[in-house]
Every structure is written in C-alpha cells, then in structure tokens.
Design a binder for this molecule. Structure first.
Ligand code: NDP
Ligand code: GUA
Length: 495
C-alpha cells in the first residue's frame, strides 16, 4: 500500500458528507480569489497536501464586509427566537456530522481523533448555548432622576463583527465567536488560520444547510493575514474585532483598531502555573497535569506552562508523572490509537525545541524526551524537564508544545509570587486538600481562570478569558454575548 493511502481513504467520509471545500464563502456564494490564487492545506503528520483554498486579500475582505453590512438589517429585525431556531439547526447538523468534521480536523491540525471528536462537540455546544442565550438579551428599567421621566436600556447588536481565529482549535474558536455574534443579531466576517481553513469552511457549509441567510457568515481564506487583518481593522463598517491568537499579534490588531475605535475582544497567550502542594492527592494531580499539559500536544493557551511542585513531594510527583507520560503513544492520529500527534508546523517545532535547548543549556535535566521524535517531521517527544529555573526562557514564554518543566518551591507565599511573576494571566491551576489554602491561593492568583484540583476548565457555560496581557473580554457563558452588544440608554421625559 503506498504511503498515505489510509489517510486519503479516511478523508472519504469528509468528501461524502460534502464537507471538503476548496472555495471561500462570501455573500452566500462559494468563490475563488479575484486573481485565482490559492494555497495548499497540509497534513502536519505527513506534510502531504489535503486540499487547496483561495488566497484572498483586501478587496475580497472589503466585499465580505459589505455583504455582512447588507445582511445585517434583516437579521437584526428577526426575533431572537427565530435566530435561535437557525442556530439550533446548525448545532444539530454539526453533531450529525461529528465524525466527518473530526476526521477533517485531525487531517489538517494533527490532534488525536478522540480530541477532535471532543472539540467538535465542544464547538457545537457554543452554538446550542448561544441559541438560548440570545433569547435572554434583556434590557433594564432604571429608577429615574425625576418624577416626569423614565429610564430604559436596550441591548442592541453592535454591527459587523470581524473574527480572526487560530489553528489550535480550528472549530471551537470559531463557534465561540460566531454563535454569540449571530445570536445577538450581528453578521460576521471570519478569517480562519492559514493552517486550518478547511474546518472553518465545513462549518459554514453546515450553517448554509441550516438556513442561515446569505451575508451573515463570510469566510475569507488567506495566507496573507496582514492584508486581510489590515482591511478588517481599518474598515469603519466593522464595529467589533474578536481575536484569538498570540499576544504579539493581538497587540498589533488592537493598535490598528484604534483608528476607528472598534470594540475589541482578545483571547491571547498564557503562561499557566500548575501548582502541586505537599498535601495534594498525588494521583489526581498527575492526572490533571497530563490533561492540562499534553492535550493537543501542549498547543493550547491554557496548557500548564510552569509546573511548581512543593519540595516534599517533588521526587514522588516527578516519578509518577514520568511513568504515565512515557506510556503515551505518539504518531499520525488517523493511523492508529495515539495520545499525541504532530506539532502544527516547522515554526512551532523550532520554537518548542529552541526553548528546550535553552533550558538544557542552562542546567535543566530531561528526565523524559527533550528532542524531536524519531518519527521526524514535526513530531516532538513528550518531555519532562526537572531543575528548571526562572532564568530559563520557558519560564516567561509560552511553550506551546508537549514539554512539562518542573520547578521546586517551599512555601505557599512563594508559590503565589512565582505564579504571578508573568505578564500573562489566563489560566492557573493548583492541587491541595486544605480548604483554607484553596481560598487563599484562589484569591491570590492574578488569573482569569483558576482550576482547583482540576486540570480541564473549558466548558461553554463558564466565562473563558484572561487578565493582564492575556486579553480582554470573556467568551462562553452568559457573559460571552456581552461583547457583541451595545447598551443604548433611553431617557423619556414629559410623563
Ligand atoms: N491564545 C491562543 O490560543 C494561541 C496562542 N498562540 C501563540 O502564538 C504563537 C505563534 O502562533 P501563530 O499561529 O503564529 O499565532 P498568530 O497570533 O500569528 O495567529 C493567530 C491568527 O492571527 C492571524 N494573524 C497573524 N498575523 C496577523 C496580522 N498581522 N493581522 C491579522 N491577522 C494575523 C493568523 O493568520 P495566519 O494563520 O494566516 O498566520 C491566525 O489566523 C504560538 O506558539 C503560541 O504561543 C497561537 C495560536 C493560538
Ligand atoms: O488555546 C486556546 O486558544 C483556547 C483554549 C481552548 C479551550 O480550552 O477552550
């Protein structure tokens, strides 16, 4: 059997479902780039091309924004219940096609199939959630400042939304933005990541089948992110930018949005501390560390980035963690039962390996892994480093790879200070069985999300987001729709 045959066969389920697209989607039509240009989408496990999509620029983005603006009045005029019915149908279609969407995601992103199935369900859950939440966009009646007056507030859709999403969660990062926008009555122009546009296009195909009117979701595919992002941020019709990605790019986009004073939501990088106290349930802490650290090969913004282990259990924790991690199977996720796939691309691999080399050069020890995997390509060995210190680059930089750096600490106060010594503030985790400590540490951590005796914190019903340079705004939960509405105050006099 020629190399890669199994993988091509696996994509048959996607083709048969009509979900393997090769065009972008603007104003309800599947279209190519104006100049006919396109670019390949590669399977990170093999480097093989699995599809091609249009390489669009500012002109196509402008057209998508105009289409969104044209679609807005009719959509905002519909009842919330009516909009919810479309979203509910979209949710149903996503779940009906869970397997095909998961295979497609694994093919273009590389994560294990089980994780991809989980992400499809997780992504769909935002559509279901916001279908309901859109019905509850209540205004207020406020006690007035005069007997002849009445004060009311309305929560109105903000207008055309631009969304820019990353490759690490090719489906859920889209639905977490698009679903609340649509539910609130806003149209969207989406730029998915260059590495994973196919999942975005498949989702939109299903939205079309669900009966979403033209112009309400537009997908501009590109490998010239600056041109598309430049138009999205400069165009005055766009009233809101929602971005998930690196802090560096988030800052650029925020600055670009200043020119037209757009509302921004930024879900940026993290540097999550994972603290294990001497009194922790060790088995639970190891399981939580593995779930938090190695999910998606360590390529999540909420991944444990610094594992602080109290000195009394440092050796025991290291041993137990090592025993579990060395049993993890690494490989192409469509070809067998693996727990870790490849990293997204060569740039990602080089970043991870560079951080590991820096730590080893400065005195850390690789008790497991520590180099590119024997499979080659972008596979990296599941890695555990001990003796890591604040002088090493990985103490301050987001690793985004399957590398667990273990730091040693002695006191609770020291752990909190170390955990907070970062410009980031997205997720933090700690394990202890002392109820007093639970409260002290939870309140002491300067983070938007805190997992307490828990390594997986994501759910559609909780507010996801960071403080400091990890971002602005919250996604998911009842708060996740707030960023897509403006509050209008009505003052009625002469009563
Ligand atoms: N918070 C998070 O969840 C994420 C954090 N990261 C962090 O960022 C590092 C680098 O990853 P990377 O993929 O390069 O992240 P980026 O921030 O570059 O990419 C995220 C999204 O932004 C787009 N983008 C990049 N530059 C611009 C621009 N100037 N204008 C408009 N859009 C732009 C990308 O497009 P394109 O794909 O075409 O480049 C992609 O759609 C990772 O190692 C990780 O540390 C990365 C992804 C997600
Ligand atoms: O890494 C990210 O970009 C978001 C984390 C995914 C999640 O758990 O919701």
């Amino acid at each position: 059997m020629p190399e890669g045959t199994t993988r091509i066969a696996a994509l048959d389920i996607v083709r048969e479902a009509g979900l393997l697209k090769d065009k972008a989607y603007i104003d309800g039509a599947w279209v190519g780039a104006d100049d006919g240009g396109d670019f390949p989408v590669l399977d990170p496990a093999t480097g093989r091309e699995i599809g091609r999509v249009p390489n669009m620029g500012a002109a196509e983005t402008r057209r998508a924004i105009d289409a969104a603006a044209a679609a807005w009045p009719a959509w905002r005029a519909r009842t919330a219940k009516d909009r919810a019915a479309v979203l509910r149908r979209w949710y149903g279609l996503i779940m009906d096609n869970q397997e095909a969407l998961a295979v497609l995601m694994t093919a273009e992103q590389g994560k294990p199939l089980g994780e991809a199935r989980g992400e499809i369900a997780y992504g769909a859950s935002f559509v279901e959630w916001f279908a309901e939440e859109g019905k509850r966009l209540y205004g207020e009646v406020v006690p007035a400042h005069g007997t002849d007056k009445r004060i009311l507030t309305l929560r109105e859709p903000i207008g055309v939304v631009a969304a820019i999403t990353p490759w690490n969660f090719p489906s859920a990062m889209i639905t977490r933005k698009v679903a609340p926008a649509l539910a609130a009555g806003c149209p969207v122009v989406l730029k998915p990541a260059e590495d994973t546009p196919l999942s975005a296009l498949a989702l939109v195909e299903l939205a079309e089948r669900a009966g979403l009117p033209k112009g309400l979701i537009n997908v501009v595919t590109t490998h010239e992110a600056k041109a598309v992002g430049g138009e999205m941020t400069a165009n005055p019709i766009v009233r809101k930018l929602s971005f998930t990605g690196s802090t560096e790019v988030g800052k650029i986009l925020m600055a670009q949005c200043a020119g037209t004073v757009k509302k921004v939501s930024l879900e940026l990088g993290g540097n999550a501390p994972f603290i294990v106290f001497d009194d922790a349930d060790l088995e639970a802490a190891v399981a939580g560390a593995i779930a938090s650290k190695y999910r998606n090969a360590g390529q999540t913004c909420v991944c444990a980035n610094r594992l602080y282990v109290q000195e009394g259990i440092y050796e025991a924790f290291t041993e137990k963690l090592k025993a579990k991690v060395e049993a993890m199977r690494v490989g192409p996720a469509l070809e067998g039962d693996v727990q870790q796939g490849p990293l997204i691309n060569k740039k990602g691999l080089d970043k991870v390996d560079g951080l590991v080399r820096d730590a080893l050069d400065k005195g850390a020890t690789a008790v497991l892994g520590g180099k590119v995997h024997a499979l080659g390509g972008t596979f990296y060995e599941p890695t555990i480093l001990t003796g890591v210190t604040a002088a090493m680059r990985m103490a301050t930089e987001e690793i985004f790879g399957p590398v667990a750096p273990l730091y040693r600490f002695s006191t609770e106060a020291e752990a909190i200070a170390l955990a907070n010594a970062t410009r980031f503030g997205l997720a933090a985790y700690f394990y202890t069985r002392d109820i007093g400590r639970v409260w002290r540490v939870a309140e002491g951590l300067e983070y938007g999300i805190v997992g307490i005796n828990e390594g997986i914190i994501s759910t559609e019903s909780a507010p996801f987001g960071g403080v400091k340079e990890s971002g602005i705004g919250r996604e998911g939960s009842r708060h996740g729709i707030d960023d897509f509405v403006e509050i209008k105050y009505l003052c009625m006099g002469g009563i």
